[in-house]
Design a binder for this molecule. Structure first.
Ligand SMILES: [Zn+2]
Length: 258
């Protein structure tokens, strides 16, 4: 089929429909004004002038899901859709204020933040879901800066940089502590100042911390690995890790930077 030609949605081609929408990929949806009126607040006023097809910026896949939330039928199973479509649906639900979709999308977006932290953070800050923003933000600190620079919503970039700065400060304190803390238990190998375990353990941890605040998300892995390799340094490593963990816990939540 010619890609410039409109096709018609299989599901939303209702005989007594009184309004038509066209998706960004040229699929027509014929639906009922009364369903729009009762389920949402955000459709453009032109949608209520039934003579013309109203162009929308969303894809057919997104609109198909969105309109299903406006009809008395079983709601779409969001477990079966891929994250990019879920994210598009969630944005559309907010844009058009489709109340029946907004809450369930919020829950699903929150469940996906582990693997999609930046996109979920953007969604959460723009729509005022601060609990989700607070949960997603720490994970974004581990992402390459180019990625954050490219995809963080510009309105919130300043907030993100200030938040990142807090992580940077804790990283610096954590590294400094490694030099201060020393060998804290009686040395079993030589003497505490030249203990090869402690010297090597300290170097290993400092290398892994690097200058990357995101390493603070991996403290358990970093310190546990070092403890396994350098037994005489276990006590010092424990104290050092604890010092950093407490400071990381004290980093203010992302919402305080908004
Ligand atoms: Zn030792």
């Amino acid at each position: 089929m010619d890609s410039d030609t409109d096709s018609i949605s299989d599901r939303f081609n209702l005989p007594d429909a009184d309004v038509s929408f066209r998706s960004s990929d040229k699929v027509i949806f014929r639906v009922h004004i009364k369903n729009l009126e009762t389920h949402c607040d955000g459709f453009p006023p032109s949608a209520f002038c039934p003579s013309e097809v109203v162009d929308l910026t969303e894809s057919a896949a997104t609109l198909d899901l969105l309109f299903r939330f406006m009809y008395p039928q079983r709601q779409p199973d969001l477990n079966t859709i891929e994250f990019p479509l879920l994210a598009d649906l969630s944005e559309a639900a907010e844009k058009y204020q489709v109340y029946s979709a907004m809450d369930i999308c919020k829950i699903f977006m929150g469940n996906c933040l582990q693997d999609n932290a930046l996109r979920v953070l953007n969604y959460a800050v723009r729509h005022g879901y601060r609990d989700i923003a607070d949960e997603a933000a720490p994970l974004t600190v581990s992402l390459p800066l180019e990625e954050v620079g490219a995809y963080m919503h510009p309105t919130y970039m300043g907030s993100w940089i200030r938040y990142y700065g807090e992580w940077q400060k804790i990283l610096e304190l954590g590294c400094t502590e490694g030099w201060r803390i020393g060998h804290t238990n009686p040395c079993r190998i030589s003497n505490s100042t030249s203990c090869p375990h402690w010297l090597a353990a300290r170097q290993t941890v400092l290398t892994k911390l690097g200058a990357k605040p995101g390493a603070l998300n991996d403290l358990t892995m970093i310190f546990t690995t070092a403890q396994g390799v350098y037994p005489c340094a276990i006590e010092s490593l424990r104290q050092w890790e604890y010092f950093i963990v407490v400071k990381v816990k004290d980093i203010p939540k992302f919402r305080t930077f908004l």
